[in-house]
Ligand binder design. Structure first.
Ligand SMILES: *[C@@H]1O[C@H](CO)[C@@H](O)[C@H](O)[C@H]1NC(C)=O
Ligand SMILES: *[C@@H]1O[C@H](CO)[C@@H](O)[C@H](O)[C@H]1NC(C)=O
Ligand SMILES: *[C@@H]1O[C@H](CO)[C@@H](O)[C@H](O)[C@H]1NC(C)=O
Length: 289
């Protein structure tokens, strides 16, 4: 059995790791809750579906189509879980052909999100966000599923406050119920010139991991409030407690900032609940005032 002093030394090592990560994280910009995250996508040839390169042979990224609701290209908000409507006002001929490529998976609707807010010095990093669109093609028209789930993961971080800031880790967007496309629910029969009414359910997760249904962490389903992060935050709180004792024993004076962060012990439990039973992730529901 490890002695008490071994345990304390282990705790100190953990503390130093924690401090290092905290300091490194403090240097680069992070998203604050609700911060807008613009979506940009590969520009593609409407004839071949191939991506278009600029003069430097670099892929050309263009904003997601403008949503009629906001008069702006689609954007998400950091940590905000919501139902978003984005109606593309008019599907013109070129866009219609691109939709055919997307639906046949000849070319993906490949988009990206800035992992962090605009940095001042370093190059911007992006995470890929593919929109897996489902539908069927007919001679004169197409059917397209109009509801999409958007899952966004944040990097693991010590979220001490409910509205803590963070960085994007990964994401995916996909049409739901692709087989119901003929019955008219959440599907659109589209001809050139029609509007395309997309609705997106956006959910956030505090780590790259998905909640588990077996093992120690349960996924309680719709309206659930047990998250994969629970154990992680439990460990953080426990470690913080041990650190408190270690500090006392060794007489080490912790930097004030670290202590403030480390001993908080708050968890994001329940933040995904918005009272309507739809928030399963970790982000907060957009307040509807
Ligand atoms: C996408 O590429 C096409 C073909 O080069 C070009 O005409 C079009 O302007 C580009 N789109 C945007 C938004 O820049
Ligand atoms: C989105 O559109 C649907 C259908 O038009 C509507 O019922 C719903 O209220 C809209 N949601 C928001 C958040 O605007
Ligand atoms: C787009 O918005 C305008 C102004 O809000 C509205 O008049 C128009 O009907 C909308 N079009 C679609 C396709 O939703």
């Amino acid at each position: 059995m490890p002695s008490v002093s071994q345990a304390l030394v282990g705790a100190l090592v953990l503390m130093v790791d924690f401090a290092t990560a905290t300091l490194r994280e403090g240097v680069l910009p992070a998203y604050h809750y609700g911060a807008p995250i613009p979506v940009s996508c590969m520009n593609r040839s409407t004839e071949t579906g191939e991506h278009i390169q600029d003069v430097h042979d670099e892929i050309q990224w263009i904003p997601f189509p403008v949503c009629n609701e906001t008069s702006k290209p689609l954007e998400f908000h950091y940590g905000t879980e919501s139902e978003v409507n984005c109606t593309v006002a008019m599907i013109d001929d070129p866009f219609f052909h691109l939709l055919e490529f997307y639906i046949h998976s000849d070319a993906p609707l490949a988009c990206r999100l800035p992992a962090r807010p605009q940095p001042h010095i370093e190059a911007q990093e992006y995470i890929p966000l593919v929109f897996a669109l489902a539908g069927t093609l007919q001679k004169s028209h197409l059917h397209i599923s109009t509801h999409l789930n958007v899952l966004l993961h944040s990097t693991p971080k010590h979220h001490v406050h409910p509205h803590d800031s963070g960085v994007l880790d990964s994401g995916i967007a996909y049409s739901t119920s692709p087989l119901s496309h003929m019955d008219g629910s959440q599907t659109k029969r589209l001809v050139i010139g029609d509007p395309l009414p997309l609705s997106l359910s956006v959910r956030w997760f505090p780590t790259p991991a998905l909640p588990k249904t077996e093992g120690k962490v349960e996924w309680a389903g719709m309206g659930g409030h047990v998250y994969a992060s629970t154990i992680f935050y439990g460990l953080v709180s426990f470690t913080a407690g041990v650190l408190g004792s270690a500090v006392y024993f060794f007489g080490v004076v912790l930097p004030k900032r670290l202590r403030g962060r480390g001993l908080g012990g708050a968890t994001p439990l329940g933040y995904g609940l918005n009272g309507k039973g739809v928030g399963n992730g970790w982000g907060i529901a957009k307040r509807i005032d």
